[in-house]
Design a protein around this ligand. Sequence first.
Ligand SMILES: C[S@@+](CC[C@H](N)C(=O)[O-])C[C@H]1O[C@@H](n2cnc3c(N)ncnc32)[C@H](O)[C@@H]1O
Length: 241
Amino acid sequence: MESLNLKQWDKASSTYKEDQEHSFNSMLNREFIHAQNFNLKSKKVLDAGCGFGDYTNYFVSLGALVDACDGSEEMIKLCKEKNPNVDVKKVNLLKKLSYKDNYFDFIFCNLVLMDIPDTTMFFKEASRMLKPNGKIFFTITHSAFYKGSWVKDKNGKKIARTVENYLKHITIENHFWGKTFNYHRPVSYYANELAKNNFCITKMLEPAPSDKLVKSFKDKDHSFKQNFPIFLCFEATKKED
Ligand SMILES: C[S@@+](CC[C@H](N)C(=O)[O-])C[C@H]1O[C@@H](n2cnc3c(N)ncnc32)[C@H](O)[C@@H]1O
């Protein structure tokens, strides 16, 4: 099943890359990540589920010592093209990884965990690979607002979102860049996975686009995303034993 998922990401890779270079949601995500002002100079960073390597490249530009990994061979190729000096490994995040214990200062995982059918091993491995006091920083599509329909006012403005089956773990088939799957889990699931694996949550963030970004997209109104966060982010620190 997972190899099928990864083949789907192989097929989606070039369309995904193109979309990420121009779409509003990827700009929102990038604006949010850049606003964190990460201080990672000379820090050991893992970009887990690196995709085509946009953030791998960003962490290199910050002076970090970056490792990257992904399960899709096509994504790995794109990531290597963009980051010729980074060791980009093929991995399956459902399984144990080959990185050393207590090695990384920072593990970054952007918009990956809601795309994998089971996150149990990922959180266990992240805790093993991070140094004590090291940080994990991950984003997912926001579980509360991802699946549902918009309620609009008489002018067509999006004013509310219906939510179905929020507490259930369900699989959603997407066709944004080719067929891929989203594994919906409620927000508490992620908080509890962190707690179970010796992490202390230090931030929970719900990114909203700036006015400048909203105004720069003249063709489509994205202002509702200033009220309904489409992404959710956790930062957590590995506790000392
Ligand atoms: C939505 S993309 C995000 C990519 C990148 N982090 C970014 O922000 O552009 C999801 C990524 O997760 C990877 N992925 C999905 N399932 C995986 C698995 N089981 N093991 C490793 N990577 C996986 C896909 O190949 C894809 O690159």
